[in-house]
Design a protein. Structure first.
Length: 95
C-alpha cells in the first residue's frame, strides 16, 4: 500500500475511530457556476468498527505547508465522492 493511502487510513482512524480498507478511486471535478473550484482523486474506503457508516471518502490537499487530510463518512446526505467534496467545501475544510 502506498504511503498516501496509509496516511488517508490514519486520518480515517483519527477522525472517525475505525479501521478501513481501500476500495477504489474516483476522479471528482467540482464547479461553482462556470468556475472549477476543485479537481482531484477521492479514495473510497470500506470501514470496520464504525457504528453507523460502512464507507468513507478521503483525500488530501496542499495548504502550502504540508498535506491536509480529509475523511468524510458516507452518511446522508453524503452518498458518493462528489457529495463528500461538496460537503467538505461547504464546511470550509479547504480553506
Amino acid at each position: 500500500m502506498s504511503e498516501y493511502l496509509s496516511n488517508l487510513r490514519e486520518a480515517i482512524r483519527e477522525l472517525h475511530g475505525c479501521e478501513s480498507t481501500h476500495a477504489g478511486t474516483s476522479r471528482v471535478v467540482e464547479y461553482f457556476g462556470e468556475q472549477k473550484v476543485w479537481e482531484g482523486d477521492v479514495e473510497t474506503f470500506s470501514l470496520s468498527g464504525h457504528p453507523k457508516a460502512e464507507e468513507a471518502f478521503a483525500w488530501a490537499f496542499d495548504n502550502g505547508e504540508e498535506p491536509q487530510y480529509v475523511a468524510v463518512l458516507k452518511l446522508p446526505p453524503v452518498k458518493d465522492p462528489s457529495d463528500a467534496v461538496r460537503a467538505s467545501i461547504a464546511s470550509g475544510a479547504f480553506y
